[in-house]
Structure formats: C-alpha cells, structure tokens
Write a new protein. Structure first.
Length: 263
C-alpha cells in the first residue's frame, strides 16, 4: 500500500552526480513541507471565490483537498457553504495547529469530513465536484506516485467537474537546480540543516497540461496570481487509467527500512 507513512528513505548518488556509484542515504518527511500559515493567502481566497461564484462553471457543492496539511484552507471553504473532505497523513492531525483548525471545522457538523490516507480515502466511494491540489505533487518525491494520484483523483470526481492546481513557481529553487546541487530523483532535496529533508520538483505549466490531458483533465481557466493556478475539468478520456497501481509502484520502488533515521 502506498502512503502508509510520510517518511521516504532513499539512497542517491553522492554530490548530486547521477553517474556516481557512491551513494548516500537521505530521509525525506513530506509533512515537513506543510506551511505554517494561519489561513489561506489572499490570492487563494480570490481564486476560490472566483470558482464558487462563477456562472460559467457547473455548480460546486462538494470539495476534497488532497494534502490538506494543517487544515488551514478548510474553514474558509466551509464558510462558503460547501461540504469539504480533508485528506492527509495521520501525523499531521497530531499537530497543535491542526487540532485548533479541526475544532473550527467540526463546528460545521456533517459538512466536514476528515479522511486519512491511504485508507479510508482510497477505499471511500464518495465523489466530489472539486478537487484541490495546493502545492502537493511538487513535494512528492516519487514521480510514479504523482501520476497515480492524478488517476485516483479522476476517479474521485463527478463527471464534468473540476481539479484546481496551485503551486509556487520555481523561484530560488531554479538556481539550485541549474547549479546541480541537491539532486534527488527528478527534483531537489531541501533542508541542509535538518535531519529529515523535504522534496521539491517544479512542474512547468506546458508539461503539466500534457500530464493532465493524459489523465483525463482539460484546462479551462488560468488565474492571474503569483503562483501557478490552473483549473482543469474532468473529461471521459483518462488514457492512463489503471496503468499505475500501488502494487506495481511498490514492486519497482520498495520501502527500504534498512536506511536508519538520520543522526
């Protein structure tokens, strides 16, 4: 099963040299990328308001945020009268900040649902009108898991409904990438002074649109904010449906528990 832990353990070429036969161990905790902001940015609030009030989009009543982090976005969406499902690792639910937001969300009763992945989220049969991917795939260190996520979310959406992608632009990460530092798979590890690292991989929008098209999503709107913000609509043509499965991914990328916690 995928996503049973937010901790990933790898052996990667030392000094970011892909041809090096000398490997070093690295441990990545994806929950370390969850931002500490108290609430959504003003830009994101504008994007969500635009979507919820648009006359051009089919009505949106139910929302799922995959990688909801510390639930900072959820109260804002609940205030809009939407039913919301928040999905993330159990480890993040134990954070004090998350517990405070959880209390706010639970005041909305049945309008709010919290699901931990991989289960019960993957086995849950509910479908939604809008899926939120807010700075989530860029911090996932295994490319195949990102692609599998697109397939999963295609199945979680009602026909003709929407997926919102928001991700920060490459910014200062570009210099690190161009200088060949911190290489890890198809992205970068971050956190020089931290024992457990985080991961980042920028997705150029042309590449993103192609990936989304292969997984049955067509671009319907771009938003003019500092981040990349793109709204996709589900189509009936998921060309890669079922191509990647948790069993196939784990077969090629097994969990290696012989890599110890960093000291």
């Amino acid at each position: 099963m995928l996503w049973t832990t937010p901790v990933y353990r790898f052996r990667i070429p030392r000094a970011s040299d892909p041809s090096s036969e000398e490997l070093e161990e690295i441990v990545i905790d994806v929950t370390g990328s969850a931002p500490s902001f108290a609430e959504p940015s003003e830009a994101l609030k504008e994007v969500l308001h635009d979507i919820f009030t648009s006359n051009d989009l089919k009505g949106i009543r139910t929302v799922v945020e995959f990688g909801a982090g510390k639930l900072k976005n959820i109260p804002c969406i609940l205030k809009q009268g939407k039913a919301v499902c928040a999905v993330d690792f159990k480890e993040l639910t134990l954070k004090p900040f998350t517990k405070e937001n959880l209390r706010k969300c639970e005041k909305y009763g049945s309008k709010f649902q919290k699901l931990i992945f991989p289960n019960p989220f993957l086995s849950d049969r509910k479908r939604f009108d809008l899926a939120l991917l807010l700075n989530v795939p860029p911090v996932m260190p295994v490319p195949a898991e990102r692609l599998y996520l697109f397939d999963v979310l295609h199945g979680k959406l009602n026909d003709g409904k929407y997926l919102l992608w928001v991700a920060q632009k490459e910014g200062y990460y570009k210099k690190i990438r161009e200088e060949g530092e911190n290489g890890c798979g198809d992205g970068l590890w971050m956190g020089v002074t931290r024992h457990e690292k985080t991961f980042y991989r920028y997705h150029p929008v042309d590449e993103l649109d192609e990936l989304m098209a292969l997984y049955g999503f067509v671009l319907v709107k771009r938003f003019d904010i500092p981040d990349d913000a793109r709204l996709y609509q589900k189509t009936a043509h998921n060309l890669f449906a079922g191509l990647l499965t948790p069993i196939r991914i784990r077969k090629e990328i097994p969990i290696d528990n012989t890599i110890a916690d960093p000291e």
